[in-house]
Design a protein around this ligand. Sequence first.
Ligand code: PHE
Length: 341
Amino acid sequence: MRDKIEKLLAEIEQLAAKKEQEIEEIRVRLLGKKGTITQLFDEFRDVLPEQKRELGQVLNKLKVAATQKIDELKVMMEEGMEAEDPQYDLTKPGDNLELGSRHPISVTRAEILSIFNKFGYAIAEGPEIEDDWHVFGALNFPPEHPARDMQDTFFISEGENPVLLRTHTSSVQVRSMENMKLPIRIMCPGRVFRNEAISARAHCIFHQVEGLYIDKGVSFADLKQAILLFAREMFGENSQIRLRPSYFPFTEPSAEVDVSCNICKGAGCNICKGTGWLEIMGCGMVDPNVLEANGIDSKVYSGFAFGMGIERIAMLKWQVKDLRLYFENDVRFLKEFESVV
Ligand code: PHE
């Protein structure tokens, strides 16, 4: 059997370009239902067990070689026919390859992460399907507390610690507090979900990047400085920020961050609705209850957190008026970002 295989291997090597019918004949002779190679596979069933391994390998090699060679011959023949065809113009320039481009959300996420990377923030990721504890409980949202209304979501199970779709990537911060050694300095990018009606300004799926820094002696001044530096890198070196008091269950004090409008430079325009300011994120000092819930001594450590919607940052950066455009994948829209690398 070995001789037969080797002989056939040699024969296949020597096959030159043949006409279509000849090639088909060869294929049938070798690989057809009653073809020589097919028959060898039948014979192979009776081969002694100790020879099976070795012979099996060469036999498979033979089949692959034969199939490849026949395919090659077919291609060569087709190309040859095209070349002879008077309609086939060899001097014609090739078709342009249509290259895609990165999605504006990916571009924006990469830009945000690279700015914070320069400040020493690592990237942490976690599951989109989460439990109640990581999305709410550990972040100081007591059960039934009205603060949960701010982030209604889609529940997958019921019970004491139901499974749900995460409403923010703060859940990854909880997982990082559980697993990482202090100090912690991380950025958490990811997709989040909320039970919201879809409109130009809201969607049930969107993307966030949240940041967390916990160490000894971290202060509100550090938070403000980090955000100011970010705003200047992202929106231009003359950007200003302002903080407005706000409320989040997991931070105390909490603030909403506005950046000076980069379109009218603060004079007031229709993008900033005449105020000169654009809201970009929420932030605050991590509530001691959150640190303690995650096993961190709040008398020794303090930290700050902030979170922003990538769609919103991208809307402000490129003046996109309708959030739904990011999800529709209309090529005309995506093409506008082709030059943004
Ligand atoms: N997790 C908040 C949200 O999704 C954003 C936030 C993060 C606010 C960290 C303050 C601090 O709405």
